[in-house]
Design a protein around this ligand. Structure first.
Ligand code: ADP
Ligand code: TRP
Length: 343
């Protein structure tokens, strides 16, 4: 297994939105399909990361499977041997390497992590878990265990990625070459052609992004929404009083967002949608087109989701997990030898 590795995990404690779908899941699956000739693709569910903040544990098991199903419904092929789909907690080397890396990690550098500061800020000290504090170290283990070279993540995760590079270099310098150091963030951006900058906006407040973590779901379309209810959300979307359809995110953010959403749903370029609708004056008619497109997309997606064969998904997970265990085990052994736990 000598292909370079592209690795990523997506954490989802909530249902995902069409923003997550078009902004993260589809590009990830696209990448898996188009790059698997030259790269080994590791897609995983960071299930140990999913309770670094408090959750309802009676839902966790189903949520993990649901996430795997979402990938499949979105088009992830289960029969491609170069694509691995696995659960972090099923490969125990993730936890074991985390402990070792913990002992080379400074309290200070973890305290400075933005995500830790943001998330712990809303919890009191006793509810802020050591797991939340430790989150980036587990993430570094996720990456280093497989000698991953490229790691597509959102902007908010780049600090953690930098940390994975730092700890790998620090460990190598101190104890001899053990880990492959992932590419620098800049090189990653160049590789993935970052900054296509897709940001679907909230339907009610089109100046902010549509987010699954939003308190009010009125402007958010979830993949699990009742299709007709989602269509209603589109009909109620905030627009403007200029009465002329134009892609102008600055002055007409609502209409521009709907044009963008329509292009994604129809699988055509934004320019094609603009050519068809710009200059028209009836927002009502246009919204109806978008609402219908949302409704049929969700109906279709939910049908595909319902048709996903759980047995096949679980078989793929188990197959990937057993194939990766020895690989992760080898890296763990290198680290154990480096620190003097093994000869
Ligand atoms: P959320 O704000 O929905 O909780 P996250 O910050 O967890 O989303 O992001 C998960 C992934 O989905 C990231 O890769 C992010 O870039 C992508 N994403 C999230 N919201 C949007 C959006 N509105 N438009 C496009 N992509 C998005
Ligand atoms: N922290 C990532 C997120 O919140 C998920 C994640 C965990 C991850 N481990 C990873 C992503 C390793 C890439 C590589 O989205």
């Amino acid at each position: 297994m000598s292909k370079p590795v592209i690795l990523t995990g997506i954490r989802a404690n909530n249902d995902l939105t069409i923003g997550n779908y078009f902004g993260a899941i589809l590009p990830m699956i696209d990448m898996a399909k188009t790059r698997s000739d030259e790269f080994q693709i590791n897609l995983f569910i960071p299930d140990l990361h999913s309770f670094t903040t408090p959750i309802d544990h009676s839902q966790l098991y189903d949520q993990i499977l649901h996430n795997a199903r979402l990938f499949v419904a979105a088009g992830l092929p289960l029969d491609n041997p170069d694509i691995y789909l696995y659960r972090q907690s099923y490969i125990s080397a993730h936890s074991e390497l985390t402990w070792i890396l913990d002992c080379f990690t400074g309290m200070g550098e973890m305290t400075r992590m933005t995500q830790f500061k943001d998330k712990s800020g809303s919890l009191n000290d006793d509810r802020t878990s050591v797991g939340l504090f430790n989150y980036p170290v587990l993430m570094a283990a996720d990456i280093l265990l497989y000698d991953a070279q490229y790691i597509p993540v959102g902007e908010d995760q780049t600090q953690h990625l930098e940390f994975a590079r730092d700890i790998a270099e620090r460990f190598n310098n101190k104890l001899g070459h053990t880990f492959m150091v992932p590419e620098p963030v800049k090189a990653q951006h160049a590789f993935f052609g970052k900054d296509q900058g897709l940001r679907i906006k909230d339907l009610v407040d089109p100046t902010k992004k549509m987010s699954k973590s939003d308190d009010s779901a009125r402007g958010v379309i979830f993949l699990g929404d009742e299709p007709s209810a989602a269509a209603k959300k589109v009909m109620g979307a905030t627009t403007d009083d200029l009465a002329s359809i134009k892609f102008d995110p600055q002055n007409q953010p609502g209409i521009s967002n709907l044009l963008q959403i329509l292009a994604l749903l129809q699988g055509v370029t934004l320019q094609q949608v603009r050519d068809t609708y710009e200059g028209q004056s009836s927002y009502g008619d246009f919204k109806k087109v978008v609402a219908d497109a949302v409704e049929s997309f969700l109906t279709d997606f939910q049908q595909r989701l319902a048709a996903v064969d759980d047995t096949a998904v679980i078989a793929k997970l188990e197959q990937s997990e057993s194939a990766l265990q020895p690989i992760a085990g080898d890296t763990l052994l290198r680290a154990q030898k480096a620190v003097g736990l093994r000869r």
